[in-house]
Design a protein around this ligand. Structure first.
Ligand SMILES: [Zn+2]
Length: 314
């Protein structure tokens, strides 16, 4: 596979499970798709018998409480899209169509590992088309109290730096920084599971969340104790999962980012908000192709070449 070229899946991959919030049974099919189509969801299994297409884009986000929901909740939406998007983005899959027959993606084991395995089983193919990147050229930052997410100009890939700070002793303050590459994603992030506190569960149930949550798909914490008999997969599994979520949320940019993402006590809402802030300022980003060996830099693209992006800046 040549770097800088667009990819898709070699063939379709099928997974099934349950939604962590809805507890609804769901089957998904990851389909190959053409160059320049990006990642999109096709929601089937609706009362009207029709299928609805939803682009995996920040502009389609409907909700960010506890998970990221895209689409129109009154017509067709998909919840908890972040882990499958993280797997596709982390492994460098540019184009795919995710068919889903329920309202929420399957939670699998609470991490992105099953999605990574499914992608590995079918393989990734080179579509021959040049990959487009979104290069950060001006810093953007969103805050909520002490929490923040920011994107800054940096380097030739996406560097992530995530810090969390929980009053719980078992989590406490954790910080992790990586340069996002397929090997690093597999090794450092893919297996990190989602987590939650037992004390929050009853309140979440009353609000209709976490109905499918169990020790098979979440790290459950009782103040300073991990309730899962197998324990943690990494001592700092919590910050790794937050970074995994950030990779999935940032995939909603619609193309790989070149720059540095940094967050403190952030979540889905601020991650989507930082993308909104980025795309609200046309001088904050540039659309570029992969570095050309002779030039050693990035070739700028005109907006005319990318109507999908141009439309967003209006
Ligand atoms: Zn997550």
């Amino acid at each position: 596979m040549k770097p800088g070229r667009q990819t898709t899946l070699c063939e379709r991959a099928v997974l099934s499970g349950r939604g962590v919030h809805s507890n609804a049974p769901v089957q998904i099919v990851l389909h190959p798709s053409d160059a320049n189509t990006g990642i999109s969801f096709v929601r089937t299994g609706l009362d009207d018998g029709r299928s609805h297409s939803i682009d995996a884009r920040w502009s389609e986000v409907a909700a960010t409480r506890l998970c990221t929901v895209i689409g129109d909740p009154d017509r067709a939406s998909v919840a908890t899209v972040e882990h499958v998007l993280a797997a596709l983005s982390g492994l460098g899959v540019d184009n795919a169509l995710i068919e889903v027959d329920g309202p929420e993606m399957p939670i699998m084991d609470g991490s992105a590992q099953d999605f990574v395995d499914a992608i590995d089983q079918v393989g990734i193919s080179d579509l021959g088309a040049t990959r487009r990147y979104i290069r950060i050229v001006k810093s953007v930052r969103v805050e909520d109290g002490r929490a923040f997410s920011e994107l800054r100009p940096a380097g030739h890939g996406l560097r992530l730096e995530v810090e969390i700070d929980f009053p719980s002793k078992i989590i406490g303050r954790q910080r992790k920084a990586i340069l996002l590459e397929p090997a690093t994603f597999r090794r450092e992030l893919a297996r990190a599971r989602t987590f939650g506190f037992l004390r929050d569960v009853e309140q979440l149930w009353r609000a209709g969340f976490a109905l499918g949550s169990s020790l098979e798909n979440s790290v459950a914490l009782d103040d300073d104790r991990v309730l899962n008999p197998e324990g943690l997969r990494f001592p700092d599994e919590f910050v790794r999962h937050k970074m995994l979520d950030a990779v999935g949320d940032l995939a909603l940019a619609g193309a790989p980012l070149i720059g540095a993402y940094r967050s403190y006590c952030s979540g889905h809402r601020l991650n989507v908000a930082v993308l909104e802030a980025l795309f609200a300022d046309r001088s904050a980003y540039a659309l570029v192709e992969a570095p050309r060996r002779r030039e050693g830099g990035f070739a700028g693209l005109s907006l005319a070449a990318l109507p999908a992006y141009a439309a967003e800046t209006n």
